[in-house]
Design a protein around this ligand. Structure first.
Ligand code: HEM
Ligand code: HEM
Length: 188
């Protein structure tokens, strides 16, 4: 499979970035819910609440980096034409839906970072290195960023429902092989 996108299909770099971001998002939602629900002193699958926080913050920052790479790559390569089976309305909604997805992919890690730095909780990268805090304690910013982080995490679920629902509807009910456009290793 070619690295770059062509007018008819996504290349391997776009597919890799798409599914890496997806897997990291799954990690963030599972970890985010575990860490806020485990009681201090307890463990879950052998990991403490502190472990889950460290990994959530660290993978969140890796995600930010990955999303920046993804946006740069998207600017460098052309996008394939829309799937011919998408109606004009589905194309318009998908265009705005994908724009919103990109906004959420940036806003989630940024609000998380602002919350922990402005709250002076800090980040121990993968439990190893304390990151420098360039913001310093600012209670109001921590409060705003925390609320934004939680609210946007629900917005993502709504926005993704259209994205995943549309893909599954076309692939399963219309049987047009739509998911093969993005699945790894699949032929057009
Ligand atoms: C965190 C979760 C996800 C995000 C943020 C996301 C985001 C995106 C974005 C932005 C695109 C446009 C192409 C690009 O810019 O790379 C895209 C394309 C696509 N995604 Fe996802 N996606 C996610 C999960 C999924 C899942 C779970 C599925 C399968 C059920 C899926 C199936 C597809 C397909 C088939 C395309 C190609 C659509 C087309 O060619 O019109 N995505 N995704
Ligand atoms: C795309 C990246 C990220 C995603 C998808 C994500 C997702 C989530 C989710 C789903 C929750 C649970 C919200 C709830 O209570 O219902 C959460 C909580 C949290 N996240 Fe993230 N997160 C991301 C990045 C980050 C980053 C980079 C940091 C910090 C550096 C961070 C720090 C936190 C903290 C401290 C909480 C607990 C908030 C509270 O006190 O309730 N997150 N995140």
């Amino acid at each position: 499979m070619p690295l770059q996108n062509s007018t008819t299909r996504y290349g391997s770099v776009t597919r890799f970035l798409h599914w890496a971001v997806f897997l990291f998002f799954v990690h963030q939602y599972l970890g985010g819910n575990f860490m806020t629900r485990i009681e201090g002193g307890h463990t879950l699958f052998g990991l403490t609440q502190g472990n889950y926080y460290d990994w959530h913050k660290s993978i969140g920052l890796v995600l930010l980096l990955l999303v920046v790479v993804r946006i740069v790559w998207r600017k460098l390569t052309s996008l394939p034409d829309w799937a011919p089976t998408l109606t004009p309305a589905e194309r318009t909604i998908s265009h705005w839906n994908e724009t919103l997805l990109y906004a959420c992919m940036i806003l989630m890690p940024v609000t998380g970072y602002l919350f922990v730095m402005a709250g002076d909780y800090g980040i121990k990268l993968f439990g190893l290195y304390d990151l420098f805090n360039p913001i310093g304690k600012q209670a109001w910013l921590a409060d705003v960023a925390r609320v934004a982080h939680i609210v946007i995490s629900y917005v993502v679920v709504v926005v993704l429902s259209w994205h995943v629902g549309l893909g599954l509807k076309h692939h399963i009910f219309d049987r047009d092989g739509f998911l093969r456009r993005m699945l790894p290793f699949s032929k057009p």
